[in-house]
Design a protein around this ligand. Structure first.
Ligand code: ATP
Length: 326
């Protein structure tokens, strides 16, 4: 089957085509880039409204036939989700094919499992609006650890906004950190959960107080990524899993990948990070998980398909994979 995926949780208006026979994924995306400051929800929704038709049209041009439409039901910004959801419903109705409602965070996790061929990995999602560690047990992905305040990417972006760097801030922090040395910042892991807001306040105070910005960027990466690696490592230990996959836009960061790679190597664990186009928000991951759900008969009636901005990954009964131990 061929599945059309639609992604529109926040800044990326994206459509994709996934062919289960060839395993080919083709993605067309149009990212909202704020002129100044961070992501404004109203402007993101306006961008979504303008960009969705064009990315869908581009992908439809490539398709011979479409067997289902999959879309992200959440979590995300309500106004963006509603626009992408409306497009998905209209397409499913006009093509007369089933509709599949995908949890965006599970798509971030599953794309790594799909591309790696791993069986029961622990999944670290390091995205803009989220940061959490998932593991599969008894038919669901359980959230073993998560942020108690902002997502990791949004936290990094808040810092760069403070120093007047344009959005997105993550790649700029990565560049500046190359010339940095360690400056002290708080490290906040409580149980299996992390908190980033105090670290960001301390980072802002440090630059305001005259600490070199390169040093603050270096320490921001070392501190927050060590926190992610610590919780991921504990999740590996708790589940006895020997596989770790990375997901989310912050997963493009080379330093984070290196730290996780080192930790996994030391534990004898296989580590996989998907290529960049599958890490940042993209409809490819929605189409791939959508195809698995379709194969399991896990489709959704139009009447039940309203979006859910607070949709948690552990709310989803996992229909598409065999129960395997961990
Ligand atoms: P979510 O998936 O939780 O809805 P999101 O929609 O904001 O999040 P993603 O595409 O997963 O989006 O991630 C975007 C984030 O990734 C931004 O905060 C951006 O700063 C960050 N990012 C991108 N590249 C890098 C990098 N090289 N290093 C660190 N962070 C990065």
């Amino acid at each position: 089957p061929t599945v059309l995926g639609i992604e529109g949780t926040a800044w990326a208006a994206s459509a994709a085509l996934y062919d289960t026979e060839t395993d080919d994924v083709s993605i067309s995306s149009d990212a909202y880039q704020p002129d100044s400051g961070g992501l404004h929800p109203r402007e993101a929704a306006e961008h979504m409204r303008e960009a969705i038709p064009a990315v869908v049209e581009e992908i439809l041009d490539e398709a011979d036939s479409i067997d289902a439409v999959a879309f992200s039901r959440g979590p995300g910004l309500g106004p963006c989700l509603r626009i992408a959801g409306t497009a998905a419903r209209a397409l499913a109705l006009s093509l007369d094919v089933p509709l599949v409602g995908v949890n965006h965070m599970l798509a971030h996790a599953e794309i790594g499992r799909h591309r790696s061929g791993f069986d029961t990995p622990v999944c670290l999602n390091a995205s803009g609006a989220n940061a959490h560690v998932l593991a599969f047990r008894n038919g669901r992905y359980r959230v073993l650890g998560e942020t108690m305040d902002t997502g990791i990417g949004n936290a990094l972006d808040k810092f760069t906004r403070h120093v007047d760097w344009s959005h997105p801030g993550g790649p700029k922090i990565e560049r500046a950190a190359r010339d940095g040395e360690y400056a002290e910042l708080p490290y906040v892991v409580t149980g299996m959960d992390f908190s980033f807001s105090g670290i960001m306040s301390a980072a802002k105070e440090a630059v305001d107080g005259g600490t070199r910005i390169e040093d603050v960027c270096y320490s921001l990466q070392e501190t927050t990524f060590a926190m992610l690696a610590e919780v991921a490592e504990r999740a590996l230990s708790l589940t006895s899993s020997t596989e770790l996959v990375l997901g989310g836009g912050v997963g493009q960061n080379q330093r984070l990948r290196a730290m996780l790679g080192e930790m996994c190597e030391a534990r004898g664990v296989d580590f996989f990070a998907p290529e960049a186009r599958f890490l940042r928000d993209n409809a490819g991951m929605i189409a791939v998980l959508g195809a698995k759900m379709l194969a399991a008969g896990d489709t959704i009636a139009i009447a039940d398909s309203r979006v859910d901005s607070g949709f948690r990954p552990d709310q989803v009964p996992v229909t598409w994979r065999e129960e395997t131990g961990v």
